[in-house]
Write a protein of this length. Sequence first.
Length: 276
Amino acid sequence: MPELPEVETVRLGLEQAMAGRLLLRVLQRRPDLRRPFPPRFEARLTGRRIDSLSRRAKYLALHLDDGAAVLVHLGMSGRMLVGRQSNEPFGAHDHVVFDLDDGGRVVFNDARRFGLIDLTETALLSEHPLLRDIGPEPLGDAFTPTVLAGRIAGKSSAIKIVLLDQTVVAGIGNIYASEALYRSGIDPTRSAHSLKPREIDKLVPAIQSVLTEAIAAGGSSLRDHRRPDGELGYFQHGFKVYDREGEPCPDCTCREGIRRLVQGGRSTFYCAKKQR
DNA sequence: CGGCAAACCTGCGAGC
DNA sequence: TGCTCGCAGGTTTGCC
């Protein structure tokens, strides 16, 4: 489900609820998600304090005050929900419950269980196997046209596919890949190495603007995404092409309107006239 | 390395 | 009403 803007929205919501809080009790309600929970997950977390929260690509990190960190990936349908009462019954797919020292409760809920949770005791989170090979943050200073050009040089795959590759650039998923290519006027089927410098000069700010606007809107809520407080994001109303097959292209007057094609088994939405 | 399909899961909407 | 089918914001693995 969640791409960078949705995970960032979750981080912002959890920061309010969890930063500075002591974990009074942690309940793990099943043995695994996409992969097994770390050994002794509940016992190792109980009594420890959460200092701060950060995001890397689509991963959320809860930093403990001793340098350890809980890594959370929401997969397609994962949610981190705040505001549950401790006397409420658990819901379907409530997999982990974090009870905090101020009486607050945070629940990790994930119907499809494509998410994962890890606990690492090492301080160097950037060296974690799940994060080590991930590319630059698209909203960071290190993401420039020159950098992106270098990372896609020699890649013969379609640019849409390459933007989904987390080792090329972090955090872009199926929605924002289509939207960024539409904004920059680039045909999603073009091979990555065929992009000219002038096109990459447009693609980088297109990625940055669509992600920034989506964060400002609280992310996109299609099926599963909820902010931790239960509120919906509203950037889905800002989509120009995603899930708009057959609708008119907002930026031109072509007859066909928005088209859908399948790349790597996943839908791509685009305008054949605007995107070349 | 590239490309593709399948796998991991559940839920929902469309169509019959 | 109820069933089947296809598809869904992600990532990994295996095969050619």
